[in-house]
Design a protein. Structure first.
Ligand code: CP
Length: 308
């Protein structure tokens, strides 16, 4: 199968069969990370620039590892040391880096839509590594890969997504991707952080924590975004903890082989009990491991046969 687009900006741009193609390709690339020599020459000669305008541990590191495992030349532009701090515009930054014959840009930006804007001014491939409150498509793909590994099938699974639904780019991408694969999605969080309108039969507002978790096959806990929005919409972290934290007690309502995901970084004992993480009941580190394979697959699919 072929994927003709040069960019990965939004999960909404992918069909169900595109998503499955990305996952199947990632499964093959995961094998490379299990070899003694974790490197293949697939992307030798390709130049990839990582531009992270916002902090990141998992996404930034796993993109860089993915690029190195594919033998690409990878450059991390340090935004705080770049001419961005002298006022150079985003478009001028990109045009100058493009003049250095970049084949791809991996962009994390605090502004929603920045990767889309960049994709329109460059011939290089653009991968959205998380933009504002909009989307995080590679997180969605790695979440789907992790669910497939544990559950074999996604159609008809009850998947609860709990937390700040409105401002979560992970939720936005996961809802789009998982509903394309036929999951039954239940959303729950503080009233102020819930979507007002839902126009899909397989996406529901749970109404309570118990309803969200009851018989859930998968629970995706979202991070309280202290740096972005949290304190405008909830009275306090203590209140959030009291009503929206996943505890061992609430977890008893879920399906007995429930899969628990969290995109990270985790606020322990705010979104989820530290004891649940320590007990090894979550697949958080499987998500991180799969992040490398998914990002290798994205780079390969977007850049593999392209000569910019
Ligand atoms: N999941 C995620 O995007 O984590 P980072 O912010 O550490 O990249």
């Amino acid at each position: 199968m072929d994927y003709a687009k040069k960019d990965l900006i939004s999960i909404n741009d992918l069909s169900k069969s595109d998503i499955l193609y990305f996952i199947d390709t990632a499964k093959e690339f995961k094998k490379i990370s299990l070899q003694d020599i974790k490197k293949v020459p697939t992307m030798r000669g390709k130049t990839i620039l990582n531009l992270f305008f916002e902090p990141s541990t998992r996404t930034k590191t796993s993109f860089e590892i993915a690029q190195k495992r594919l033998s690409a030349d990878t450059i991390n532009l340090s935004i705080s040391q770049s001419s961005v701090v002298k006022g150079e515009s985003l478009s001028d930054t990109i045009l100058n880096l493009q003049a250095m014959k970049a084949d791809a840009f991996v962009i994390r930006h605090y502004e929603s839509g920045a990767p889309f804007f960049i994709s329109n001014i460059t011939n290089a491939s653009v991968i959205n590594a998380g933009d504002g409150i909009n989307e995080h498509p590679t997180q969605c793909l790695l979440d789907i890969m992790t669910i497939f590994e544990h559950k074999k099938e996604i159609k008809s699974l009850k998947i609860a997504i709990i937390g700040d639904i409105v401002h979560s780019r992970v939720a936005r991408s996961d809802i789009a991707g998982l509903s394309k694969l036929g999951a039954e999605i239940y959303l729950y969080g503080p009233q102020t952080l819930m979507p007002r309108f839902i126009n899909s039969d397989n996406i529901k507002i749970a109404g309570s924590m118990d309803n969200a978790v009851k018989e859930a096959d998968v629970i995706i806990m979202l991070r309280v975004q202290k740096e972005r929005t949290a304190f405008y919409f909830i009275p306090s972290i203590e209140e959030y903890r009291n009503y929206f934290k996943l505890t061992g007690e609430i977890l008893k309502l879920a399906s007995k082989d429930v899969l628990i995901l969290h995109p990270g970084p985790v606020n322990r004992d705010v979104e989820i009990s530290g004891s649940i993480i320590n007990s090894g009941k979550t697949a958080i580190f499987d998500q991180v491991e799969n992040g490398i394979a998914i990002r290798m697959a994205c780079l390969y699919i977007l850049l593999g046969g392209r000569h910019s």
